[in-house]
Design a protein around this ligand. Sequence first.
Ligand code: AMP
Ligand code: MN
Ligand code: MN
Ligand code: MN
Length: 283
Amino acid sequence: MNADLHCHSTVSDGTLSPEALAARAKGNGVELWALTDHDEIRGQRRAREAALALGLPYLTGTEISVSFVGVTVHIVGLGFDADDAALAAGLQAARGGRRERALEMDASLAQAGIHGSFEGALKYVGNPDLISRTHFARHLVETGVCSDTADVFRRYLTEGKPGFVPHRWASLRDAVHWITEAGGLAVIAHPARYKFTANEEHALFTEFIGHGGRGVEVVTGSHSAAEAVRYGQTALEYGLLASRGSDFHSPGESHTDLGALPELPGTLSPVWEALEDRIVRPQ
Ligand code: AMP
Ligand code: MN
Ligand code: MN
Ligand code: MN
């Protein structure tokens, strides 16, 4: 099945509206779709309605930023009740401090001779509560400081580089609990991205499962073919359900388009089989 359960709209750091993403997913042959904005669910109603109008089955989604052993880890939530008050309150707290962080990023870049980046980033921000590094990256590319987003994250905005400001995100426990208590299923996003040692990775998976987490992304735009194989093994070892998602952000930037992913290996149990009763289907 062509399920794409990870992407971003203008409600976080994508460049397309929820409606435009729904149309692109449908056009690309996606058969089950979820919009997973960073620390946000305020695009969920629009995404669901646009999907259903196109005859596209929909799962609610979000991607929560978490601090784990000093590293930022992302936890995707799928199939929750988008009207859950505790989830909304948790995410609102999780978004807190992004503006202050962005002002510190501006000051750090200014020390490196790059001025006006906060104002520049704001031009790309669709949601004032969600200023992200991606918006700074777009500004640095647009003004010619960097050649593309990959160049930005090589030279700026990452640990040890100008523009990096450490941030304390939600706890793993809170993120998994917000999702599961709202009736959803928690998934570790793109595990290959964290560069953990074997011990750290084991701690992440063990604690995640201990809090009630049930899935891991295996086939994602952030994984190579070899990484997908590796994390397919990890899913089997830990008894986790497997997810699939492009992590699409923008036509010009994302190398993996919506729905344009390899199939999940048939040996794995897909998350969507456990979410059957949470899928919203067109009438
Ligand atoms: P933030 O939540 O503000 O820390 O921003 C994180 C976002 O920056 C991610 O969701 C990606 O969209 C983007 N990002 C981080 N690292 C990279 C990278 N190496 N290449 C491209 N985009 C990146
Ligand atoms: Mn992003
Ligand atoms: Mn992510
Ligand atoms: Mn993402």
